[in-house]
Design a protein around this ligand. Structure first.
Ligand SMILES: *Cc1c(COP(=O)(O)O)cnc(C)c1O
Length: 462
């Protein structure tokens, strides 16, 4: 970094500290340290203002599926903005990109899902789900069916309804959450919570909590169950194979709507177009965002099954809900260009058949590391459990210290890998090549070695 760059960075960091409140951040702490300013990106790499090049093992925030630097996406936004930068989909209007995107999404989604309501984010999508689910039962003459069952440690976004659906206690503690009539059952997190039970039995057991909860509350009160096919922010938690079929069975038996939050799993992350395809489930709703536009512009949506949309269309009259930017034409154009790339370059198929299995084989090698209790993954998602004692599945005290240390070491060594407690997670761009994957594994191993060396410097008492 030359002195001019240094001056520039100092100025940026000072202005940031003075005026910018960051999401999910201890602002006081970050202001003392100075934020890392990311200035450019290409392919699977990002560069910070100091000139450091980092392999982005998280695809931004799970979203840059086609990688950085795609001119086609910039071009799509540019052309659409010149022609029609904005018009809404309210009041009997809409725009060509919104229509075309709805059509493409209906084609990609499971066959029983053919309609989409557009939003600008995953949180807005899940807020919309709450409105639609309750409206649906109301229209069927069951207005008392309002309860939505979710899972502890789920992440569904950060608006009031989305954070209420989520099961993150530390979020509920701020701002008077959760909304009424949202309840949480256990998550299918075998490594941390399965004890001596076989994973397959554990999967069934936690799925059956759904049935117990429905019976406890009364099936006439329960409207829906929501879950991420694979929990992302909670720590890339992959349910045992027995879990989703049992959840589907229970939803079918009690006629409870099934909501799949596909915000991370959608658009190829698992090697299938949707996590629901991967697990063979048939949701009534799919929340989408992130990979829909590879994050180039904000756009999300709720995909709605024929069964539900028919009721909403035939009986609802005006559905009193919507966003200024629902179906935003520039964002929709970018999403269309993104989906075209995913299709034409066969990126989802490549993750399924080639690079996904390659990543998983190489990721599994990390399980031999003395710090790693489990290395798990699906497609282009992966997690490592950092533990004190592998044989006993015993974590270090003060969960989060070892993970935080490892994350910092990764950044110092040119790798973005996120820590959730002491679970290290990756979600790389879907375009990562085998050479990129080799580099990721090599860096991850090196960082695990350094972490192990430095654990003795941590103070677990405070
Ligand atoms: C990120 C995320 C959301 C929230 O999306 P935003 O665009 O941040 O509002 C919702 N659900 C899941 C599963 C997510 O990972």
């Amino acid at each position: 970094m030359n002195s001019e760059q240094k001056l520039n960075l100092d100025q940026l960091q000072r202005a940031d500290a003075k005026h910018h409140l960051h999401p999910f951040t201890d602002t006081k702490e970050i202001n003392e340290q100075g934020t890392r300013v990311i200035v450019k990106a290409d392919g699977v790499y990002i560069w910070d203002a100091e000139g450091n090049k980092l392999l982005d093992g998280m695809a931004g925030l799970w979203c840059v599926n086609v990688g950085y630097g795609r001119k086609e996406l910039a071009e799509a936004a540019y052309q659409q903005m010149l022609k029609l930068p904005y018009y809404n989909s309210f009041f009997q209007c809409t725009t060509p990109p919104a229509i075309e995107l709805a059509e493409v999404l209906a084609d990609l989604a499971p066959r029983h899902i053919n309609r989409v309501f557009f939003t600008s984010s995953g949180s807005e999508s899940n807020d919309t789900v709450v409105r639609m689910v309750r409206r649906y039962w109301d229209l069927l003459g069951e207005p008392q069916k309002t309860v939505i069952i979710s899972r502890k440690n789920a992440y569904h976004g950060s608006t009031i309804a989305a954070a209420s659906l989520g099961g993150m206690k530390f979020m509920h503690e701020q701002g008077g959450l959760s909304l009424p009539d949202i309840v949480h059952i256990d998550q299918p997190y075998w490594y941390a919570e399965g004890g001596d039970i076989e994973p397959s039995d554990f999967g069934l057991k936690v799925a059956q909590q759904l049935e117990e909860k429905i019976i406890e509350l009364g099936p006439d009160r329960v409207a829906a169950f929501i879950g991420e096919p694979i929990q992302g922010a909670g720590g890339v938690i992959i349910p045992p194979e027995t879990y989703w079929p049992e959840v589907q069975r229970i939803c079918d038996k009690y006629e409870i709507l099934l909501v799949a939050d596909e915000v991370i799993c959608g658009f190829g992350r698992t090697g299938k177009w949707f996590g629901s395809d991967y697990f063979g489930i048939h949701p009534d709703f799919m929340s989408i965002a992130k990979g829909l536009s590879s994050g180039y512009l904000p756009i999300g949506g709720v995909m709605v099954s024929d069964k539900v949309s028919q009721v909403l269309i035939d009986r609802c009259g005006e559905f009193a809900h919507g966003y200024t930017y629902s179906g935003h034409p520039a964002a929709a154009s970018v999403a269309l260009a993104n989906l075209r790339i995913l299709r034409e370059e066969k990126i989802v198929e490549t993750v399924d058949n080639e690079t996904g299995p390659y990543l998983q084989n190489r990721w599994a090698e990390l399980a031999e590391h003395p710090l790693v209790g489990e290395a798990r993954g699906v497609g282009f998602l992966g997690a490592l459990e950092l533990v004190k004692d592998k044989t006993k599945r015993e974590f270090y005290p003060k969960i989060g210290k070892v993970g935080g240390l490892c994350r910092s070491i990764c950044i110092e060594n040119g790798l973005v890998m996120r820590a959730v407690g002491d679970t290290m997670i990756i979600s790389p761009p879907l375009v990562a090549s085998k050479a990129n994957i080799d580099e990721l594994i090599q860096k991850a191993r090196q960082c695990l070695n350094i972490t192990l060396e430095r654990i003795s410097t941590l103070n677990f008492d405070d």
